[in-house]
Ligand binder design. Sequence first.
Ligand SMILES: [Mg+2]
Length: 383
Amino acid sequence: MQRVVLHLDMDAFYASIEQRDHPELRGKPVIVGGAARRGVVMTASYEARPFGVHSAMPMARARQLCPQALVVPPRMAVYAEVSRQLMEVLGSYSPLVEPLSLDEAFVDMTGAEGLFGAPEAMARALQASVRERTGLGASVGAAKNKFLAKLASDLDKPNGITVVPFGAEVAFIAPLPIRRLWGVGPKAAELLGGLGLGTIGDVARCSEAALAAKVGSGLAAHIHALAHAEDPREVVPDRDARSVGSETTLDEDLRGEAAVWPVLRQMCDRVARALRKEELCAGGLRVKLRYSRGFRLMTRQCLLEVPSDDSAGLGNAARELLERFDLEEPIRLVGAAGFRLQTSAATRQLDLFGEKPREKRSELEHAVDAIRERFGDKIGFGS
Ligand SMILES: [Mg+2]
């Protein structure tokens, strides 16, 4: 299925809230930040930006550039409350919302075309709902992955909607400067500039080996993939919500499914046990692997058909997720986590409508837990 990822970023978030709440500030250059001599600009309204004022700038410098600006001290509690409303709106569109900060988030809308229409219509609906709830403007990017969606939301601020055309992503990003690639800071940009690379298209045409010679193999692989519009990272919801996880750093790097799977199964086993101990079931399972090369961390996740607290249920899901990783490269860390937690009692309610076998298996595993408590972890279970 074609993935559809939206990235929503509020426009001049703190300053816009101040203008919303204080009509006398509207249409004027407003700077939110500490007014003290050594204060820093947190956000500048769009009226202040043409003067060269931007966030993270020393306040003294901002005042020089724009003496008529109205400086307002931050009200973090208010901003946090607006952020909560924002995330609530996004959550009404998709269960897969990944906040990046108070004022921006990814929303995975894959499979929602039937409900909301094409990606552009989804973006418009999201933007309108956010304005309706918060009274504030946002810019939205829509694309087939996170990298592109985030890049897009920044291309037409404020109040912009940018869709990276599906199927023509590589051509769309080719003319953009390399600094738009995630992970390319000033230093890497300078090194790549030494190769004569100025645009993303230049990076796409360059061989990965040539990039690696300049910036190292980890970053080279990363930006080469991005320049080809590839970014496999999934939208990971509830970053701060509770999950029950277990992970292990391997003594020796492993590669190949036959080697990785037994470790992953053991992690699922531990997660299942931890869930049962707390009388919880997981509605989703996340698998993460860290590659040795470049320390890249990859996660894959899925929702379970029936929330589960047993090794077999989690293990089956984990095995399917494992197939979605590249297992040819050496792996140094394996982890699994259950998320979307709910009480076992709530899950058993569901079971009244069928699913007896699952409950039986859980009973068996509860018995095994009891034995393990007494005899330690050495006892194998199932296969
Ligand atoms: Mg913003």
